[in-house]
Design a protein around this ligand. Structure first.
Ligand SMILES: Cc1ncc(COP(=O)(O)O)c(C=O)c1O
Length: 435
């Protein structure tokens, strides 16, 4: 007799496999395929020697070796929390005291992903509302689904999340009495995953102002996901949204060593108000009572030795070159294809390609045509959610130039153009057959 069925939690039943697992699997299974799908970092520039030297330095002295190989604390290595605080404040051109922050307001996490998840555990009950950009980071959407949160979206333009639209949405929610359920406004404000777009400075200030204005019953938290901030390769850095929260009340800022250093370290960090930190640490205590201690010691050494800053500088050159190769290839291949347009990111590793009249969705014709041509992208549809107001666009693609090699980038775009041509030819055939 088969065993009785498993009785799963509501959360487990709400949690499904990531929609892009299929695409990652396809990339692994198909030899010769050029993948612009997975958001992985450049392989060749991973800091093997730097991390090797840091680990060797740590274990060279039994005292530091033992400290790194022992459990750490739930909140994270104090030196690293100090360094992270300084890193963010230097980038923002302020002293920690100017923005009411100390190392006690910093938590080291197992990647920034853990922070996104734990903050949800702190704040969301099923049915609570989270406002995100449309499109947004699809793994965050999956996580919201697990928490049972309801997602409402705000459109982007070339300057990031539209504040007029956010204000209208908040006003609408106030009038309908649903403001009480709004917990978080989420933005990936530097070189957004998936569009590559960046939030303009005036909108950063406005975002905090709106959160404050509509926090009538309870505080609406702005969750600033700055995962790609340090990978800017054009123009000057912009102040964080957190910079506009001088009392440390409204904004949780999260970032990571995954992108500007190594995802293998799986070490992220967050700056947050004290009354968010306390419950978050209780949950993190139950979850892992501290992120990987050795990784934290490595990150701390890399920062202290200057290797981290040097490496991030090197990466900016690596990704600038790759961005240029992708944009040049798009210009070359899609010059005579007016139905295509794309973003030119100033950092990070995503280009957002939009077609008029081509269905890029997972069930549309471009996915199989692209696979046939030997290239893979992420259907833009995955970055959208079906909320109350909108249907989901199905004419967009996320192209990641992070992991593809310099040789593969132009070739992959050539293959994508070929796939578009195959679809257009197919359409013409259909029209001919029907007349
Ligand atoms: C926007 C964004 N946030 C957070 C993460 C999580 O990264 P990690 O957990 O490695 O820090 C990613 C990873 O791709 C991302 O794209």
């Amino acid at each position: 007799m088969p065993p009785a069925p498993l009785s799963r939690s509501g959360k487990s039943r709400r949690t499904t496999d990531s929609p892009i697992s299929y695409f990652i699997q396809k990339a692994l299974e198909t030899p010769g395929l050029i993948s612009f799908a997975a958001g992985l970092v450049d392989e060749g520039s991973l800091p093997v020697e730097e991390v090797g030297a840091a680990v060797a330095g740590i274990v060279a002295d039994p005292l530091t070796g033992r400290a790194a190989l022992q459990y750490g604390s739930t909140q994270g290595l104090p030196e690293l929390r100090e360094q992270v605080l300084q890193l963010v404040c230097d980038a923002d051109g302020v002293r920690p005291s100017d923005v009411n922050l100390t190392a006690d307001d910093v938590c080291i996490t197992t990647g920034s992903q853990q922070l996104l998840y734990l903050l949800g555990e702190v704040l969301f009950d099923p049915g609570d509302i989270v406002i995100t950009e449309a499109p947004s980071y699809f793994v965050f959407h999956s996580l919201l689904q697990s928490h049972g949160a309801k997602v409402l979206t705000v459109p982007l333009d070339e300057h990031g999340m539209r504040m007029d639209a956010l204000e209208s949405l908040l006003e609408r929610l106030r009038r309908s009495g649903d403001l009480a359920r709004v917990k978080v406004i989420y933005t990936v404000d530097y070189f957004q995953n998936p569009t590559g777009l960046t939030l303009a400075v005036d909108r950063r200030a406005k975002l905090v102002e709106l959160a404050r204005q509509y926090s009538t019953n309870h505080r609406i938290i702005v969750l600033e996901d700055a995962a790609y901030r340090e990978l800017r390769f054009t123009g000057a850095d912009l102040p964080s949204v957190k910079r506009f929260d001088p009392k440390n009340e409204f904004v949780v800022y999260t970032s990571t060593f995954s992108k500007p250093c190594s995802p293998g370290l799986k070490t992220g960090y967050a700056l947050m108000p004290p009354d968010v930190m306390a419950p978050l640490l209780h949950l993190k205590g139950s979850h892992d009572f501290g992120s990987g201690n050795l990784s934290q010691h490595v990150a701390s050494r890399l920062i202290a030795s200057g290797a981290y800053a040097k490496h991030a500088e090197h990466l900016r050159n690596v990704y600038r070159k790759k961005r240029d190769l992708m944009v040049q290839a798009l210009e070359t291949e899609f010059r005579d294809f007016p139905a295509a347009r794309w973003t030119v990111p100033a950092g990070g590793f995503y280009v957002w390609l939009t077609f008029d009249g081509i269905d890029t969705g997972p069930d549309g014709p471009l996915v199989p045509a692209a696979l046939e041509a030997g290239v893979l992208y992420v259907p833009g549809q995955f970055g959208h959610v079906f909320d109350d107001t909108d249907s989901v666009p199905n004419n967009e693609c996320r192209l990641c130039f992070g992991v593809a090699t310099e040789d593969q980038i132009p070739e992959g775009i050539r293959r994508l153009r070929k796939a578009c041509a195959a679809i257009s030819a197919g359409k013409r055939e259909k029209v001919k057959a029907s007349v």
